[in-house]
Each structure stands twice: as C-alpha cells, then as structure tokens.
Design a binder for this molecule. Structure first.
Ligand code: F6R
Length: 242
C-alpha cells in the first residue's frame, strides 16, 4: 500500500486529484471507477479547478460509478447520476456515451447487474478505481456480511449507511433502502485503487482495514490483498495509525 497522509481535507483532495489526472494524461482512454458520497467532493472540485482551461482531455475516458440507489430515476436530484453531473461530469469534455452508472430506474435488476459487469469487461476493466470507506468498513455498498459479494448486485443498505447519507436527503426516511453496487471482485479487478478517507470518524475503520483480519465483516480489509492501492488520508483519518 502506498500511503500518503495529508494535513487537511483540501490537501488530501489535491493529492488524489494528482493521481487521477496523471492517470488520464498518461493514458488518454483510461477507464475510471468513481465513487460518490462526501469524501470525493474535494477531489472532483480539484479536478474541475485544474481543468478550468479545459486542457485535460477526457474525450476518450470511460467512467463507471461504483453504485446507485435503487429505485431512483437518474434525473432525480438525489441520484448519484445527478451528483456526478453537477460535481464533475458537466465540467469535463467527457462523452455522454462513455459515462456509466448502474441504472436505478431499471425494471430488471438482475439483467442490469449482468450488463454492468459486461460493460466493464468490454472496455478491458477499470484502470483506476476511486473509493471512499464507510465507518462500518463498506466499500461501494458492500456492507459487512458473511461472505464477499463478488459482482454487481442489489444491496439492502444498513441503517448506519442510511443515517450516514441522510444529510444529502434532508432526513433518513427519504434515503432509498436499497442500492445497486459493484461487488468486491469487480473492485479488486481494478488495476489501481485510490482509497480516500477524511475525518476522525474514519480513523478506527482505517486502522482495522489496514492491519486487521481480512474478513467480509469489514469489506475494505480485502484491499490488503490488492497489488496497487494508493491510500490518501487526512490527519484525522490517520489518527489511529500514526
Ligand atoms: C459511494 C460509496 C460509499 C462511500 C462511503 C463513504 O459511492 O460507494 O462506499 O464511499 O459510504 O461515504 P462518505 O464519503 O460520505 O463518508
């Protein structure tokens, strides 16, 4: 694991942006795996800022998001599809047909999950996967479980996860109780992984994920087995490991 501890959230975001931008400039047709939630907001802001003069070419880049609520319409302001548009995609010269998120409005979830995996495969897999981490150790929406969910699947969100995302919706009763998420194998097949964590509420889970037992009870612990992980933390998230 390549570990970088930044002083602040802003510095963490800048470090992360450097990694993503270098990926895209080194390989114009990069396949990026992307995350939502609070943590990568600064990263996306940095990318947009660095790209102010539109000098970074995203025209050949493909993106695959980790997850989407279910059921939710992509145009719903609370959907991750909408989140990605307003925080990142609208500012880049990304081709619309290169943007992928699980379809929260699908009428056939199983088919959608299979299709999503097939699309990732058809472009040669993910070059760089951005991840956040839940306080319970989830990555994507792979919640603690008795086994590692391998592939894109429908998930029942934990109450803890629903509460953690309530601030986006105004109240927890509005948070959908399910999501479609890439699985652990989908994530582990990414060539490189960029895991971000910020804030003292993530300190304990970061320590467990890095040094604890590898277990589906703490899904992020599987990252110990990945060959190329870049972990960028702010001071607070690093508090238990320094
Ligand atoms: C988001 C995702 C989740 C979040 C995690 C942390 O696409 O897959 O795993 O990364 O819940 O969320 P924040 O960043 O809001 O603390």
């Amino acid at each position: 694991i390549n570990l970088k501890i930044a002083d602040t959230y802003e510095e963490m975001s800048r470090e992360a942006a450097k990694i993503v931008i270098t990926q895209v400039t080194n390989k114009a047709d990069s396949v990026l795996g992307l995350a939502t939630g609070s943590t990568p907001l600064g990263l996306y802001e940095e990318i947009v800022k660095t790209n102010k003069k539109k000098e970074i070419d995203f025209s050949k880049v493909r993106t695959f998001n980790l997850d989407e609520y279910y059921p939710i319409h992509p145009e719903d302001p609370y959907s991750y599809a909408h989140y990605m548009d307003v925080h990142l995609f609208d500012y880049l010269n990304l081709s619309r047909k290169h943007i992928h998120l699980p379809d929260g409005a699908t009428t056939n979830v199983e088919q959608e999950c299979r299709d999503y995996e097939a699309k990732i495969k058809s472009v040669g897999g993910i070059d760089l996967q951005v991840l956040g981490i839940g306080t319970n150790g989830h990555i994507g929406f792979n919640e603690p479980n008795h086994y590692f969910e391998k592939r894109t699947h429908l998930v029942d969100l934990n109450q803890e996860t629903i509460e953690a995302n309530a601030h986006f919706f105004g109240c927890s009763s509005k948070v959908p109780s399910q999501a479609i998420s890439m699985g652990i194998a989908s994530i582990m097949e990414a060539k490189r992984i960029l895991l971000l964590a910020s804030g003292k509420q993530k300190a304990e889970v970061i320590e467990k994920a890095l040094f604890g037992k590898i277990s589906p009870q703490l899904p992020a612990s599987i990252l110990q087995l990945h060959k190329e992980v870049y972990l960028v933390l702010d001071q607070e998230a690093a508090a238990s490991i320094i």
